[in-house]
Write a protein that binds this ligand. Structure first.
Ligand SMILES: Nc1ncnc2c1ncn2[C@@H]1O[C@H](COP(=O)(O)OP(=O)(O)OP(=O)(O)O)[C@@H](O)[C@H]1O
Length: 255
């Protein structure tokens, strides 16, 4: 199996707090990979290092044969790393379609504002981007909301819009930071199906953070458990579920 992402001894500190402590693991091409661990374990920091929001203090990251310790978020996006955020970072006063189009702004010559407000240089680019945005909107079952202003939509639908915006640029790697946070069980199951469908249809490699262990065990084929910025366990769901170190560190109980 080819690795799409490789982390070697990656560390990150905030004023003496080691958020990531010599972390090493690999993510294979095409897998659904989950990061779990208690609050403050370093999960979001890790995603932030991978897509360039934070720069690692040391260590090496290899993505699709490109090496970096630090990378700018725009460069990460151009290399094919897409991202959703724990707290929606959508443009709340714009429509669903405008938000999805914003996910393409790094791809073209025309700027995001030119694309959204339909002035500017490239008619062909706008129509290609529009078609692509509409495809992703349809794929995620968001057609009825296409022209709806995001702030008026239920939270679960907003999470799907966030996913559409990340997906529209056709990333090779999609980083999902708690895509099911705040959802009930039915909504979580629906989001799990969507993530599986994205993975299967587009071959997108997925790295997701999720606190609901039941959901993670059913969705991911590879799980890494973090605690205090270190790897506690790394393997297939069955191995991780029965690992005594995981039970002690994450579930807080002993066999
Ligand atoms: N910008 C920051 N400034 C200072 N400390 C930070 C910053 N971001 C994260 N930290 C610290 O780094 C550690 C890891 O935090 P991080 O948010 O990555 O954990 P997490 O596993 O994502 O937690 P949660 O499940 O609560 O989202 C914590 O001790 C946190 O307080």
């Amino acid at each position: 199996m080819t690795n799409l992402l490789e982390l070697n001894d990656v560390s990150l500190s905030f004023k003496g707090v080691k958020a990531l402590n010599s972390l090493s693991f690999t993510v294979a091409q095409g897998e659904i990979f989950a990061l779990i661990g208690p609050n403050g374990a370093g999960k979001s920091s890790l995603l932030n290092v991978i897509n360039g929001v934070y720069s690692a203090d040391s260590g090496d990251i290899v993505f699709d044969r490109s090496h970096f310790g630090a990378i700018r978020p725009g460069k990460a996006a151009r290399l094919g790393i897409g991202r959703t955020f724990q707290h929606n970072a959508l443009f709340r006063r714009l429509s669903v379609r405008e938000n999805v189009l914003a996910g393409l702004s790094r791809r073209g010559e025309a700027s995001f504002l030119e694309n959204v407000f339909r002035f500017g240089r490239d008619r062909k680019e706008r129509s290609d981007f529009g078609a692509r945005a509409d495809q992703v909107i349809a794929f995620l079952g968001l057609e009825t909301y296409s022209e709806t202003i995001v702030s008026t939509l239920p939270y679960g639908i907003q999470k799907r819009v966030d996913l559409a915006r990340a997906l529209v640029s056709e990333p090779k790697l999609l980083l999902l930071d708690e895509p099911m946070a705040g959802m009930n069980q039915d909504e979580k199951q629906a989001m799990s199906r969507i993530i599986r469908e994205v993975n299967r249809t587009f071959g997108t490699t997925i790295v997701l953070i999720e606190h609901d262990v039941g959901i993670v065990l059913g969705l991911a084929s590879h799980i890494v458990v973090l605690d205090y910025g270190r790897t506690v366990a790394d393997g297939a769901p069955d191995a991780v579920r029965n690992d005594p170190d995981v039970i002690a560190a994450y579930l807080g109980t002993v066999h």
